[in-house]
Design a binder for this molecule. Sequence first.
Ligand SMILES: C[S@@+](CC[C@H](N)C(=O)[O-])C[C@H]1O[C@@H](n2cnc3c(N)ncnc32)[C@H](O)[C@@H]1O
Length: 427
Amino acid sequence: MNKTDPNKSKFSEVTIANIGIQGDGIANGAGERYYVPYAAPGDRLIITQGEQRKDGRFAKIENVVTPGPDRIDPVCAHFGTCGGCSLQHLSNDAIAAAKRGFIVTAMGRRGFESIDVANTFVIDAGERRRVRLSVHKGRASIIGFKAARSRHVVDIRECPAIRPAIAALIDPLRALSGTLDAIGRKASILVTETDNGIDLLLRSDVFADLTLTDRETLAQFADHHDLARIAWDARGGAEPVAERRQPRLSFGDAAVRPPPGAFLQPSAAGEKAIVRTVVSTLSDAKRIADLYAGCGTLTFPLSRLAPTHAFEGDAEMIAAIRRAAAGHPVTATERDLARMPLTPRELETFDTVVFDPPRSGAKAQAAQLAASKVVNIVAVSCNPATLARDLRILADGGYTVESVLPIDQFPWSPHVEAVAILRRQPL
Ligand SMILES: C[S@@+](CC[C@H](N)C(=O)[O-])C[C@H]1O[C@@H](n2cnc3c(N)ncnc32)[C@H](O)[C@@H]1O
């Protein structure tokens, strides 16, 4: 496929109008829309044209003629190559405005033109407590994040987006991955900072058992770096290889022991903002269903308001909730809510539902909720497009979307979290 148009001149001068949902600056030139990575609103740029995309063309900055008012110097040496952060060249205010814009645009596309979208709740950078590092093993090992729109791993030496305890492990993990026999050419390492230490989950691209030497190496690594746990993803399930103490997470006043690889909100501050927003709007709840509950991030704080039943597709996360539930009005059920959403009949025992699905959203569950008598619904989402789709289903079923709060859980990336509050008059 010919990706560039030879009839177009190589260089163009454009002005960036706004930031698109993938984090690229958007400029409208002579009959063409350009998507320009690392551009800022108001930038006057010389660009070279790149690959065509559905509704426009990628372009690369050749020269910044006049910087836009929100352009700042990025703080990371890897900015521009590492795909982890694409907005580090923008002021916090500009990032917050862009992310609110993503929600407003997505909602507008689903017919919510006059919805109350609050200003973005901003979370400081440097607070990411859960990251998946990619490893490439060649003559030398490389560890880092994928480059933008590429499988190529950028070898990182620093990362100002992540918690210091995780950043301090980058070099040791690079060295470690080079020595493990069970790691083929590629691997990933999920690093989570829990309340009582770092939890690692290693996964190789090839199915392989750890050798005895690998096990000894991992145990020594855990000891040396005082890690809580190292687990190996053996495809049949994660096997803890070194567990110096069981990782612990505090949700409300419950202490949860997450299984290896369990979902966790990416920063403690983000989690706090979500929990505070959800709980503060539901003071009149009488019986709550927490759908897509993970390990109970929302379940336990919600259970202070009213008895709460968690539904989650992952059996091990449900087991973690049950283990922590003693003394709390919390019950939990393993259930695939995409294939088997709760029906209006099952929802009759709840006046309040919170749902926090993966990026693909909760289409099937939203359709069932739309036909239910549930009074309060709170939707938490990391994908504005699927959130807006699901809210449209609920609004068509008679719910009013009262407000949407964007939360910048992923500073410097184009991702945004949102909490939407919906109610219906009791039927
Ligand atoms: C965005 S996380 C939210 C978890 C939790 N609410 C929290 O804040 O930590 C989405 C959760 O949905 C679960 N999940 C994904 N697909 C599912 C499905 N089809 N049915 C039920 N749960 C599912 C995942 O395992 C994950 O725990």
